[in-house]
Design a protein around this ligand. Structure first.
Ligand code: BEZ
Length: 160
């Protein structure tokens, strides 16, 4: 089943790269008691994600936080080393937390798996953006096709 507005973010363990190396991120702890903008992408360094999706959120992170959001995070089915390198390449540090869903477990429990096997990428995540309030989804925009449309930062800002 696909996650929807009103649902609780499922318990899962993601990873993020820090100055001390990879660290686990419990979704229960990450979302608890605060407002988080989360967007999911098919893959770090892929053209749409690198040129269209992540840069807008990096540029607008301060404007998003000024509207009462505590954290902006991006999740992809990539390992934490790739996500760390992507964060550096995009200047995302301190603005957008890049979360690694290395084995795709989080995408699966959200019902948001995206099978890109035919394109040589394996099973990834669909593209989406949501606002999560104290662990519960309050707005959700899921892309139906290729490209960045409803999950854009411009659209997300309208939710806040
Ligand atoms: C992208 O442009 O973001 C993309 C391209 C191929 C597969 C997945 C994502």
């Amino acid at each position: 089943m696909t996650i929807k507005v009103g649902d609780k973010i499922p318990s899962a363990t993601l990873k993020t790269m820090t100055g001390d190396g990879p660290e686990d991120v419990s979704t229960d702890e990450f979302f608890k008691g605060r407002k988080v903008v989360l967007f999911g992408v098919p893959g770090a360094f892929t053209p749409g994600c690198s040129k269209q999706h992540l840069p807008g959120f990096v540029q607008s992170a301060d404007a998003i936080k000024a509207k009462g959001v505590d954290a902006v995070a991006c999740v992809a089915v990539n390992d934490v080393f790739v996500m760390g390198a992507w964060s550096e390449a995009q200047g995302a540090g301190g603005k957008v937390t890049l979360l690694a869903d290395g084995s795709g477990v989080f995408a699966r429990v959200l019902g948001l798996e995206f099978d890109l096997t035919e394109r040589g990428l394996g099973v990834r995540s669909r593209r989406y953006a949501m606002v999560v309030d104290d662990g519960r989804v309050s707005t959700f925009h899921l892309e139906d096709g290729p490209g960045v449309s409803v999950s854009s930062v411009e659209n997300l800002l309208n939710d806040l």
